[in-house]
Write a protein that binds this ligand. Sequence first.
Ligand code: ADP
Length: 475
Amino acid sequence: MFIDGKWCEAEGGKTFDVFNPANGEKIAEVPDGGAAEATRAVEAAEAAFGDWSQTTAYQRAAFLMRAHALMIERKEDLARTMTEEQGKPLKASRNEVQYGADFLQWFAEEAKRVSGAVLPSARSDQRFIVLKQPVGVVAAVTPWNYPISMITRKVAPALAAGCTVVLKPAEATPMCAIAMFKIFEEAGLPQGVVNLVTGLDPKPIGSVFTGHRAVRKLTFTGSTAVGKMLAGEAAKGMKRISLELGGHAPFIVFEDADPEHAAKGGSLVKFLNTGQACISPNRFLVHRSLVEKFTETMTARVSKMKAGSGFEEGIAIGPLVNQAAIDKVDNQVSDALAKGATATTGGGPLTEGALGDGKFYAPTVLADVTPEMLIYREETFGPVAAIIPFDTEEEAIAMANDTEYGLAAYIYTRDISRAMRTFERLRFGIIGINDINPTSAAAPFGGMKDSGMGREGAQEGIEEYLETKLGGFSV
Ligand code: ADP
């Protein structure tokens, strides 16, 4: 762990094991911290806040740019650590390291653009000045599916704003976090400005994050259930929160779209990270007249996707994170098959050869999915494309919005009016229009409803870490 500028063990030297999800081999032991370590880290961040918040934006930007340069220099090592610990294909890991580095650069630039305002008053003897100031100590909790970019997406804007940070990474992927904190250390960040607490049981650390008076902001990416629980706890101390939670993205293919083009895009985005992404399409809503062609193209592409170790060439499908994830996916697939859906490819865990020990799920396409099936409503977080036919635009939009989630949505159409209408009517925070990758450090990322609140990246990203202070001056 990295607390107050020093690498340290957990109290009593306790550790936990980290495994390669592709083969179950143990790859490391890391400190198993808890409430005591989290408290020390929060207090170190509190002590560092005074000086750090007084640095100039130019100084903070320089630290972030040094960290950015180190990430680019170590891209290959970071990518390998990620593939070993998280399982995604090496190429995808490299892309993620780049995406993660982008946030350091973007917020190094944004640090210098934080400004307030001078507002007119109705009184001639009064002046209003609006000042933006860092919120204080930030507690950050990150997930295992994007184990590097989710760190920089939080740490970069927090540091840029002048906040200090304590981060708890997911228990499945602490090695990526350790590699990133080595970079923060080498970038020369002063003692206590960034702190890392690893632990197998997130609860005691989470309780310190939500309960400690010095924490002024909690930023979380993970499941909706945990996010709601943490938000409830944080409310008791009136801490500010940002939450990036689950999703259930619709992918609508309207009757005027090219079904092959849409299926190619759909198969690429659905199976990224083996479907373990909050913006992964969970429901392919396809106009009835295109269903056959769309399903055929999707099936042809998906059936060629190779599963295996992310270190091998040509692998598209990695392992799922754990047995519970496999069981959840399989339960949704069995339920759909029992209620009348058909698997045009895949349909169960891989059982043969080297991949047959239950860590991989066959990339699956399900045709004839209906609202009665679990997969129509539940987030899958796995490699299953569920295809649901529709007849009218009205029906497609109603089905798309018929979910408690509101993160990403995708639309395929060649009709510009329909694209605009649908863009406006969908209740989601991120919408790809004939586009499967509507993400960038420069673009606001975040959801509505049960997908959370707050935005990361973009100009909005730094606002999450700033307080607005008003000065009314009598002159
Ligand atoms: P997933 O189901 O995708 O693993 P989680 O929400 O359980 O999603 O995990 C996301 C992050 O939240 C991880 O870092 C995990 O350790 C953390 N987490 C889970 N439960 C708690 C908790 N009670 N308090 C704080 N953090 C938690």
